[in-house]
Write a protein that binds this ligand. Sequence first.
Ligand SMILES: Cc1cc2nc3c(=O)[nH]c(=O)nc-3n(C[C@H](O)[C@H](O)[C@H](O)COP(=O)(O)OP(=O)(O)OC[C@H]3O[C@@H](n4cnc5c(N)ncnc54)[C@H](O)[C@@H]3O)c2cc1C
Length: 476
Amino acid sequence: MAMAASTTRAGAPRHVVVVGGSIAGLLAARALVDHVDRVTVLDRDDLPREPAARGGVPQGRHAHGLLDRGRDLLEGWFPGLTDDLVAQGARLGDPGERGVWCLRPEPLAPVSTGLQMLLVSRPLLEWYVRLRLLQDGRVEIRENSSVLDLAFSQDEARVVGVIVADRDGGVPTLVPAQLVVDASGRNSRTTEWLERRGYFAPPEDVRRVDKRYATHRVRPIAEEAAPLAVAVAARPGVPRSGILLAQEDGRYVVSLVGRGGVQPPVAWPEFVAFARTLAHPALADVLSGMQALDAGATYRFPANRRRRWERVARFPDGLVVTGDAFCVFDPVHGQGMTVASIEAEALGRCLGEGSDRLAERFHRAAAAAVDTPWTIAVGGTPDERGGVPFPERAVGAYLDRYLSAASADPDLAAAFLRVSHLHGSPRELLAPRRALRVAAVLAREALRPSARPLRGATAPQPTAPPGAAVPMGEIR
Ligand SMILES: Cc1cc2nc3c(=O)[nH]c(=O)nc-3n(C[C@H](O)[C@H](O)[C@H](O)COP(=O)(O)OP(=O)(O)OC[C@H]3O[C@@H](n4cnc5c(N)ncnc54)[C@H](O)[C@@H]3O)c2cc1C
């Protein structure tokens, strides 16, 4: 549908439409609202009045944790968020002190990091953010509003709104906007909508992992202090992993993950037995003191997918892409919501600097924001041609040793956790002083007669063969 453009190319947008009212869409709306008159968020789901899982966000039933960097950003937009959620039963703790991270495969050394991990169920977090956003009179959130297409100016050089219908087949209508933000998640249709108007699809980097999740909400049988988080990583030869995270109300969520198409069982006794087959018993040990509160849920995560919108030669004005629609990560390090926050911050900043070439500037900023988490999430995973790029193989081999050393060295463990929480760059772990420390710790541990040899301390360990490669520092 072609429409007349309603603003000049250099003019600041007055009305923004955000497609998708999940975390990326809500945060984009919050970051943009200070720069425009109005923001309308459209979601095809009915949005729950209470914290509850919903169909448009099926991953919300599975283990979700908010990294410290994401919590910082959310706290900036919604002051008091951490305290409010803790008052509603969420848990807060230093991941180095309150988490057990079995990565290679011994746990990272316990350490105070100064980081705060906020442990709250995904439905409660999204519900809280939605309510806070709605307190701003400039924001409207419309449920049961399915976006069917983009609307374009006559020359198709500019997006001027979206075509919306309710899910039940109501008459499609135009919602005009000077800026449309695609935050519709991994199944975004922007590529298809643009190709129909003669634009090219973006180059994509796809890394298949074919992971299958099984998840239960659980509660401790006795009132014992359990860790706030327990993670057991996959290893070459053990392509299974698991993570348990505290949530509100004394509950926990536990997800078991099979790689390469292996589906962990959902029935509780078999679920617990599967946990026993992980590379470290820590998770199964904690689970043995828990009872399941539900029948369980499953999820398939086929592939990491990075759409390189920053590399397309031609892109319409009045449109940007963010969140999982821009890049979907393997949830291995729980980075998606934090990356969406970083992108939202970048979007607000880019618009604050002017609307000229907004998409180009924002997509470049978003790509820069994605670089680190992408490296962390996919390092070692074969690309579409079946190969693992050399730099990733080398870094993966080094990380293997780093994490082995970090199980004996609190300083290395703290540095790893900071990078995992998206404070700083993975390059910090490669700094010469850290590499020397890794070598020294591994040598020291190898010489200790009573010590169990750490992986990587003796003969070099093979990196995983293509197809069985395990991302660096994989948690699940
Ligand atoms: C198993 C799993 C575990 C994860 N664990 C973590 C974790 O621990 N920590 C973390 O930070 N991240 C985690 N993630 C990632 C996280 O869920 C996402 O990155 C995050 O939700 C941001 O996604 P999004 O808002 O871009 O898209 P989504 O959450 O997928 O939401 C897309 C929204 O768009 C709506 N929509 C779609 N199409 C249309 C349309 N045409 N019209 C209108 N509305 C539409 C949908 O209804 C939905 O509300 C995990 C992901 C998975 C799969």
